[in-house]
Design a protein around this ligand. Structure first.
Ligand SMILES: O=C(O)CCC(=O)C(=O)O
Ligand SMILES: [Fe+2]
Length: 318
């Protein structure tokens, strides 16, 4: 598994006409939840729970969002601290140099307000360890979920899980500052994640994430002590659409900042991304093209975030 920094595909706040961002009706999605108490269970106990969990099938209704109740482990708390520190860094971006030196150098020991430029070795090691422990924990959750999904689909768990073993893992910390013209901007434009699974951690109770549910933008209520799992495009393709990736976007608040950490899990780079033959049953036809990992990401990186347009290009026209 390699963890790497993943830049926001569209870091600038895009402007949209007000009508596009309208937030009515403010529904809160009732998403399927799985209680995965990571600390008190062995992996096989957790796996059994996921595999038996019927709401995994309900994902079809909700276009595949799963909430994983998760005991707050130390590594999550540490990532929280790290994100709060980076929030402070984001906040001082526009301050003057003196102010920056005062806050950044003395308080956080970073020379410039960017994570890549951490000067203090101790801080760097501490941050690296925090992220790497957290990334291993996220990887463990991914393996359990992917195995549970395979079982739900009635396919070989080992084969499916193996496709994700030693896959690419990347992480993005999202900071959404408050915006006085909140109704005119989006934090992130509509998109589905070009991943297998995304595990999302949110720190405060500021709503912002919305999913496209049958054409309506529905706000997702983040539960405390819970992670949210998005099914990504790669799983949609591999399962020939039995699990669908979710189109989502983020709206911003007038008063409060919001922070989230998204961990993206992809297949191993040797995997050809295309519908699995064992899932083409009962006279079904293949719905998606087969592309190499590199072709898939080249297509992803060559476009703006734009709903599910990547998937539209990968769909076979029958
Ligand atoms: O901040 C969020 O809740 C969602 C972030 C997201 O969609 C992403 O990073 O791809
Ligand atoms: Fe996303």
């Amino acid at each position: 598994m390699s963890a790497e920094y993943r830049p926001a595909a569209n870091p600038e706040l895009p402007h949209h006409p007000e009508s596009h961002v309208t937030r009515k009706p403010f529904l809160l999605a009732q998403l399927p939840s799985i209680g995965l108490e990571i600390r008190n269970n062995t992996d096989s106990q957790l796996f059994a729970r996921v595999a038996q969990f019927s709401p995994l099938q309900q994902c079809a209704t909700w276009r595949a969002l799963i909430r994983v109740a998760h005991l707050w482990t130390e590594s999550i708390t540490s990532v929280h601290d790290l994100a709060v520190q980076s929030q402070a860094l984001f906040n001082i971006k526009n301050s003057n140099k003196e102010e920056r030196d005062r806050i950044v150098v003395r308080r956080f020991k970073f020379e410039e307000p960017r994570l890549e430029q951490i000067q203090d070795l101790e801080d760097m090691i501490a941050a690296g360890e925090t992220v790497s422990t957290y990334s291993l924990e996220m990887d463990r959750i991914k393996t359990i979920l992917v195995g549970g999904m395979a079982k739900n689909l009635g396919i070989d768990e080992g084969k499916f899980t193996n496709m994700f073993n030693n896959g690419t893992q990347s992480m993005r910390m999202n900071y959404y500052p408050p915006c006085p013209e909140a109704s005119k901007v989006l934090g992130i434009s509509p998109h589905s994640d070009a991943t297998g699974l995304t595990v999302l951690l949110q720190f405060n109770q500021v709503h912002g994430l919305q999913i496209n549910h049958n054409g309506t933008w529905v706000s997702v209520k983040m539960l405390p002590n819970a992670l949210l799992v998005n099914i990504g495009d790669i799983i949609e393709i591999l399962t020939n659409g039995k699990y669908k990736s979710i189109e989502h976007r983020v709206v911003v608040s007038k008063e409060k900042a919001r922070l989230s950490v998204a961990t993206f899990h992809e297949t191993h780079e040797s995997v050809v991304i295309g519908p699995l033959p064992e899932l083409i049953i009962n006279g079904e036809t293949e719905q998606y093209k087969h592309v190499t990992f590199v072709e898939f990401f080249t297509m992803f990186l060559s476009r703006k975030l734009d709903g599910k347009s990547l998937m539209d290009d990968l769909k076979l026209k029958h």
